[in-house]
Design a binder for this molecule. Structure first.
Ligand code: ZN
Length: 133
């Protein structure tokens, strides 16, 4: 079951961008994390029941570097919170969707994650995430 928008991921050239979002939100981020498996450093802000994730690339061959080269900074993905990521992957694969990773992997902020390939989602990169209890 899809529960809510867990977070919106924003690709930035530098995590200095957090200053801008601190001004907009008028409060500080709650977490900075190095996600070596995804070659990114991320900062999270709580925004009500959802979050904002800023992503900076830590590798010139990383997907965030490529994204910014192609499209510039901006919204990179929308993450949907699910109660069971395996069930949702199975359900969506039966509907013909393909995922970036064959198996869910450990992402930032204590979540199991996977991405639906954007060629199936009108150019919107959708991340599924299940909180690791
Ligand atoms: Zn994300």
């Amino acid at each position: 079951m899809i529960k809510k928008i867990e977070h919106i991921g924003v690709a930035v050239k530098s995590l200095d961008a957090q200053k801008t979002f601190e001004k907009i939100l008028n409060y500080s981020s709650y977490k900075t994390e190095d996600v070596s498996s995804e070659k990114v450093k991320v900062i999270f802000f709580n925004v009500g029941e959802s979050k904002l994730e800023l992503l900076e690339s830590t590798d010139s061959s990383g997907t965030i570097t490529k994204f910014i080269e192609k499209k510039g900074e901006g919204i990179h993905h929308i993450a949907l919170s699910v109660d069971n990521i395996i069930e949702e992957m199975n359900r969506l694969q039966k509907e013909g969707f393909e995922f970036i990773y064959a198996e869910p992997k450990r992402g930032a902020d204590n979540q199991l994650i996977n991405f639906i390939h954007p060629k199936f989602t009108h150019g919107v990169l959708i991340e599924l995430c299940q909180e690791i209890k």
